[in-house]
Each structure stands twice: as C-alpha cells, then as structure tokens.
Design a protein around this ligand. Sequence first.
Ligand SMILES: [Zn+2]
Length: 508
Amino acid sequence: MKKTVLKSQLRGLALVVALGAGLLFSDGSVLPLVSAQNLPTLGDTGREDLSPVMERRMGEEIMRSLRQDPDYLDDEPVLEYLNDFGSKLLEVHQEARGEMNYDFFFFAVRDPVLNAFALPGGFIGVHSALILTAQNESELAAVLSHEIGHVAQRHIARMIGSQRQDMLIPIAALIVAALAMHSNPDVAMGVAMGGEGIAIQRQLDFSQSAEREADRVGLQIMRDGGFDPSGMVAFFKRMQTASRGYSDTMPAFLRTHPLTTERIADIQSRIQADKFKTHVDNPDFQLLRARVQVLQDASGQGFVDAKAVFEDQLAHAALVRQPNPSAYYGLAFIAYKQADFITAQVYLDKARKAGQQNSFFYTSLAMDILLASQQPVAALKEAGRGLTEFPLSRGISRQYADALIANKRVDDAITYLRDQTLLYRKDAGLQQQLAKAYALAGKQALQHLTLAESYALTGAVSPALDQLNIARRSPDATFYDLAVIDARERELQDRWKDEQTEKNKQSL
Ligand SMILES: [Zn+2]
C-alpha cells in the first residue's frame, strides 16, 4: 500500500506527453527503480531545450525500466505491427526524427484507460484499451500522429528546458513518475495529488497550445500518409466519451486538460475542405486487435472474457454471412496460451481459410504452436515459407533462428543471426538472441562480447563495459577476440566520457 501511495504522489511529476490525458499504468506492483546516481539533474536555466542527446538518453533510461514492467507488452507481432505502422507515418514526415535522426520506437502497455503517450527521444506508447477501441487504422493513425507531433515539435525538450532553477527535479524522479502513474481506484486522489505534486505537475503539463500544435502536425501526417483525417475527430470523440466514465478516480491531468470540445471543433474545421477519403485497412489491423484482446489480461478470467468476445463475433459473422478470420485467430491464440496446441492448430487453420490473405500474425502463431508442441522439422519448414513470404519480418526471422536451434543446428543459427545483426545493426534483441546461441555453442567470449553489444545498443554503457570484462577473462577468448574487445572498450569509454560531459553541461 505504501508503495502505491508513493507512486501516486509521484504521479504529479509525469514526464509524459499524453493525448490530453495522464499516462496510467495499472501494474500496482513492481516499481523498477533506475540507477538514480547515474542520472543528471534537470533545471538548467542557461539553455532553452534539453539537448537531443540527453533527450534520447532519458528516453532510453525510461524504456529500460519500462521493459521490465509486467504491463509492458513484450510481444513480437504486436511490436512489429506498431513499428511498421509507425514508420509508415514517419515516412511522410521525416523531419519528425529531428537533428539526431531518432529511430522511433512504438510499443504497447496493458492498461484499461484510453490513452497514448510520448516519452523523450521518440519512444511512443499506446495503451491496450486504445488499440481495442480504435475502429480502424485511421483512428490509430490519428493517435500515433498526434504523439509524433509532440516529438517533432520538441515539446518535451522545451518543457524540461523551461524548468525554473528552484524546481530542480532529478531525472530519476521523473522516470519513477512516468512509470508510477496508474489508475488504481483504491488510492484516494487527495493523497495522490499532494500539494507539491500539483505544483510540479503544473510545471510539466502541456499547454493547450502544445496539444493543438500536435493535433495540427498529426493531421498533416495523417493526410500525407493517405489516412482518413476524420478518424482523428472520431477517435477524440470516443476519448471524450470514455473520459466521462473515469469520474472521480480520473487522473489529475485528465481533469485539468480535458479533450475540449473546442479542440475537436478545431480539427473539424481544418478537415472541412478535405475531400472525403476512404482508407482501406490492412487486415492485419484486426489481427492486432484480436491479439491485444487476449494479451490485455493475462489472468485465467481474461482468457474466458476474450473467448466470449470472439465467440460473439463469430455468431455475428455467421448471421451476416461475413467471414471473421480475426475471431478465429483470437481463439487460436488463447488455445496456444493454454497449451492446447491441437485446438490452437484447428482454429488457426480456420482463420487462415477465412482470411483473404496470409499474414505474419498467422505464420508467427503457426511457428509458436509447432515449436511448443515439439515439432521442430515442421517448424523449420513453416519458417522457411514465412521468410520467403515476409522477408522483412524481424519476428519471423527470429523464429527461424529458434527453429534452427530446435533442429540442433546451432552453428547455422549463429551464422544466420550474425548476418541479421549486420543488416539490423541497432537491434538489441537480435544481439541477445545471438548471445544465447553462442552460449548454447559454448562460446563464452563471443557470448559476452555480444551481450555487451546488446547493452550498448540500449544505452546501458556501464553494463556493456562489465560484459566486455567478462569476455576478456573467458578462457576461449582468441587474440582476435581480445583485439575486438579492447577496441570496443575504448569506444564505449569515450562515449561514457562524452555523456558525463554532456550531463555536467546540462546540470550546471
Ligand atoms: Zn497531446
């Protein structure tokens, strides 16, 4: 209980740009504390903005903690869909990446409140409820474009930069706050929003003009991306209706920054001149929603509820004589989660038959079922087909490596993964998978060297240096390995020094 109150008190420090609402995590459990001693202090009066380097650093730091939160949806197909979708939006608005050319990262968190948020440095999160409520891709595009708008306009950096000297807020506190906000109804708001919290929150709240600016940029991104701009109005209206339901337990941010009717009217007037545009959704969108429907509640009851939803959908589909592949897919996914692989396969076959086209969602689940039910040969076959059909799917290429390993072809898996790391140099997950493959092959030096790379890619320089040290002491380290280790160590140490200098500049 005490922890909950602490988290809620910190809620006021929210360093998140939300869709006119607060970021809420419904974990209520672990509060992953970050390495506070390594973090700089905010409150530099000398400069206007947080530097892009520091902004990214902060974002990475928050993400490292967030990834350990049980409500972070660490689900390959969901992440793949969101990031493909997000990069399509960014394609038409490259300048949103800013001077640092940020790699944006889109992710989902388990949360029943309709919301989305942007963290510093181009990390954009969506709540599971939002994905389930969005009725089409244009509505999802509206939300993500708005958040991209906040990043593009550097709202976070400017907000932090504008802190007064007497409001020095350690970044650690901000990170804790960003993670802490959650909609636990048994916490009285009076306690949650103690005086100091409110004062700090006012400092950090986004102004209505920032919200409008994000709406404006977001709308432009939607138009250029070929989405139906009226999706923004439709979705904001949905949010407005939903926020009435939050009543007294509603987070302060939502109460002080409601999605005003004027804001919606403003968007409406902007799109009046637009020609009516229909956007044909990718069928994957419905598969995404089915998957999130299952993932949003990992309890046994959650599966029962999700099953009822899909059965309802199928009954309706039969009535109107329209196939509903995503409902079958949802049932297949539940059966897989319950380790009933035979039923899972039956439903997956039905989904594929009902669907007009194949999807990486199907292939990925097929692989999961085959691997979990100890059918390595069939899994490898499926993976081969999947790679041909979805050559750009990172998830399927990862499963392909898993299938190689399941077939006791560890060396082939290593060769394949090494090639992949050359293609996708910034993919930390890939490095982790390669490290595991090295471990299976008993190659210790390479295992730790690769782990070091994976840490370095998420901005964790100090753990990366630790791994290099372990790699150096590994009995199988060759002269060549040692040379690579030394070179990497020097690079990382330089980076570490640069960051310290930057931090000192920032907190002077
Ligand atoms: Zn916003």
